[in-house]
Design a binder for this molecule. Sequence first.
Ligand SMILES: [Zn+2]
Length: 358
Amino acid sequence: MRPDLLKMKEVALIYLDRSGGLQKFVDDCKRYNDSKQSYAVYRFIISINPSDIAELDAALGNQILHKPMKAAQIFQSVCFIAIKTLSLIEQLQTEAQINIVLKPTHLPPLPSYVLSLCEFPLDYISQRFYMSEGIVIAMGTVTKYTQGARFLCSEETCPFSEGFNYIRVHIPGATESATVRNDFVCNLCASPLREDMKFRVLGDKQLVEMVDAKSLSAFQGYSNNKPHFRIQSFTVFLRDELSNKMKIGNRYRFIGIPACIQNCSQVTVCIEVSSIQLCSTSCISENFKYLLSLTSSSCWRFTAILANIFASQVVPPGTYNTLKLSILLSLVQTCDRDRETADYLDLLIVTSDTLIYI
Ligand SMILES: [Zn+2]
């Protein structure tokens, strides 16, 4: 074995031990072992703190951040040895049956780890972790996908006609047909492989359509300086424990692996999500929300009350209402967080005060 690979495996074990991940892994194994059922794949989620692991070993930290599939193989090997040494799962036969899902707790707060869906070109080929943000505009129902499947050689005299040598596991961005199809052949005798259907492991999958938060400016009712703009939604995949964790209308920050899916002649960029965090977009006080609920019977009352009391320290309530309403409208359109899309409403006041009549 390459010395650097051996070192990374040692570090992976040390990290699992120190982070409490090893105990969780042993508990997960116990659940599989107690079920007495034999599966094609055994799925384990390993939470990774990139800062902690980079401090232990920069090479492994780098591998996790930039080549997560290869890093998962390191953990897969470590976990297989642990299972065999400690006899954690009696039914498990080969290393290929272990499916490791690495979930980083966060990513370094650097621009190279941010995937902005407004900017092109998107990096969807390097299969590494990125963080991104978006607003959910549509979502599908939870359906099933194949987490893993067992294939056997159709030639009865071939040693691979039994055992767990051909295990196919879903990887980020893979379509169902990439995991299971009927044109795989045996490496040993070139006979066709057939799936052992009773070992197929299914998981939950949900497709969610999101848009970049900047696209909301298109609905704010003012003319943007840019003559043309286009809103493009993107698909994110929520699998297994993440299904039903998003709601329409909410804004989320998430970590995931971008992938490119080819469907006939269409190519779609999607993101396989590994963790989700709800962005708190509301900085509106409870008193304000209460006022809105009290005045919800009329579509004008809330706005009129706001204009009436706005800047009451400067001018008495009830005066200059039209001017104050205009200033409020201008403020609504002015967002200091997003200077790129800010389009100010210019005001020219040449009149004396008038009251708003409702
Ligand atoms: Zn064969």
